[in-house]
Design a protein around this ligand. Structure first.
Ligand code: NAD
Length: 477
């Protein structure tokens, strides 16, 4: 596929393109048009020009368009799924889930557009009235990662359009094809030209300034690594755009001795091995209470060794490849460091080669026991199919260790003791806590992190608030 840019209602593909490869084979599967500074500025200009009329539509009209986009995406689902599998590597079932999850965001915000309310406030004088209005911010820039290439675009596009903002979207350079197919479906609706614009860049720093330092850009919504999120905050600080940052995670997954251990193992599989462990929400440190550590480790090892690894397009595959060589090397480094520091390899632990694995970045799903807090994998986001087990004594011990991280996105607690569930979930410094629930994210609820996992929330009413400004109108009559 040729993924072109989409600016001011026209598809643009110039002389310069960059290749897109399949992480399962290393083969080129398409290319994307390279946006330069001029095209980036044109996209911002188009979004700026169309803002007034888009903001002037009714909430019902914007909701209708979001529903139309959702219907078009459903119609194009097979093609979008195929592109996600080809460029991202995840299994078909997970790509299908991603597309339906993306549609949930569109459908939910189609309704939420109608629930943007203002307020009237009692004034201190008889002849005065105070009215609080909510106004769309203006042009929003959306920068998205490669692990959920379509869902992350939908998670930003849906609330932005519902609020009345216009958009310039820049997907990750590793996965430009499926977001382009998604935008093709989106713009084949009554969406006016200029409201949604799409640009691609193999080196995002080359267009960063044009995208982030333009004073017409009033909102930046970014999902990606903490390191890049901080850099974007610094670059754009000059004109103070509103920022939403959804950044890295380092989720503790806590299994108490009273937990349903089999449910906890299913929870680790769902949380840790989706997208080959390349998810911001995925369990990164599995804390298991000492008295059940041996049994839990055995149950987990049995389940993990049954996972089928391979190219996502093959039937029954549940773990695909890692995205690229850099991601692969980080996983190898974390495993080597843990083993050198005394971790015990229970299953997996190395690169998979030969047959379907040749040319791809396949790492065997791995369980490591006897891990400790000083190891690299207990301090950094691994972003791979590695399940490190760390042992703990009691509630106080595990809460302190779980919180001892600069990240604060998601945490999980498995227990059958209701009092403990409340105590521990309230003590965890995380934006999302799943109690006996490995998949807590949903469009209707706020999603985001404490500490260095980000700023602001996507999802729920807070997700549309992030694209709104508050205006006080004070009347004297
Ligand atoms: P990344 O930070 O490398 O890239 C994210 C996006 O930023 C990409 O589109 C990239 O092109 C762009 N980018 C990079 N440098 C830029 C620059 N100088 N100017 C403008 N844009 C720039 O992250 P990634 O490797 O694509 O994604 C993985 C990270 O994303 C992980 O840390 C993961 O935890 C995080 N993530 C967070 C969430 C969340 O909701 N909190 C969701 C998914 C992924």
């Amino acid at each position: 596929m040729d993924a072109r840019c989409y600016v001011d209602g026209a598809w643009v593909g110039g002389d310069r393109w960059f290749p897109v490869t399949d992480p399962a084979s290393g083969e080129q599967i398409g290319r994307a048009a390279e946006a330069d500074v001029t095209l980036t500025a044109a996209a911002v200009e188009a979004a700026h020009r169309s803002f007034g009329s888009w903001a002037g539509t009714t909430a019902g009209e914007r909701g209708d368009i979001l529903r139309e986009i959702s219907a078009n995406v459903a119609h194009e689902a097979d093609r979008i799924v195929e592109l996600i599998v080809a460029e991202q590597g995840k299994p078909v079932s997970q790509a299908r889930f991603e597309v339906s999850y993306a549609r949930e965001w569109l459908d939910w915000y189609a309704g939420e557009a109608r629930r943007v309310y203002g307020a009237t406030i009692p004034a201190g004088r008889h002849d005065k009235r105070l009215v609080v209005q909510r106004r769309p911010l203006g042009v929003a820039v959306a920068i998205t990662p490669w692990n959920f290439p379509v869902a992350m675009v939908a998670r930003k596009l849906a609330p932005a359009l519902a609020a009345g903002c216009t958009l310039v979207i820049k997907p990750a350079e590793q996965t430009p094809l499926s977001p382009t197919a998604f935008i093709e479906a989106a713009v084949a609706t009554a969406l006016p030209p200029g409201v949604v614009n799409l640009i691609h860049a193999s080196d995002p720093s080359s267009i960063s300034e044009a995208l982030l330092c333009d004073p017409r850009v009033r909102k930046i919504t970014f999902t990606g690594s903490t390191e890049v999120g901080k850099a974007l905050l610094r670059v754009s600080a000059g004109h103070l755009p509103r920022m939403s940052l959804e950044l890295g995670g380092h989720a503790p997954f806590i299994v108490f001795e009273d937990a349903d251990l089999e449910a906890a193992v299913r929870g680790v599989l769902a949380s840790k091995f989706q997208v080959a462990g390349q998810s911001c929400l995925c369990a990164n440190r599995i804390f298991v209470q000492e008295s059940v550590e041996e049994r839990f480790t055995q149950l987990l090892a049995d389940a993990v060794s049954g996972l089928r690894v391979g190219p996502g397009r093959l039937d029954d595959v549940s773990v695909g490849p890692l995205i690229d060589e850099a991601g692969f090397q980080k996983v190898e480094r974390h495993v080597a460091d843990a083993l050198a520091a005394g971790a015990h390899l229970v299953t997996g632990g190395s690169r998979l080669t030969g047959g379907d694995y040749d040319g791809g970045f396949f790492f065997a799903p791995t369980v490591l026991s006897s891990c400790t807090d000083g190891m690299l994998l207990a301090r950094e986001e691994t972003f791979g199919p590695i399940a490190p087990i760390l042992c703990f004594d009691d509630e106080a011990d595990v809460i302190e260790r779980a919180n001892s991280s600069a990240y604060g996105l998601a945490a999980y607690v498995y227990t059958r003791d209701l009092g403990r569930a409340w105590r521990v979930s309230e003590s965890l410094e995380y934006g999302i806590v799943g109690v006996n629930d490995p998949t807590p994210a949903t469009p209707s609820a706020p999603f985001g992190g404490f500490k260095e996992s980000g700023m602001g929330r996507e999802g729920g009413h807070e997700g549309i608030e992030a694209f709104l400004e508050t205006k006080l109108v004070s009347f004297v009559a």
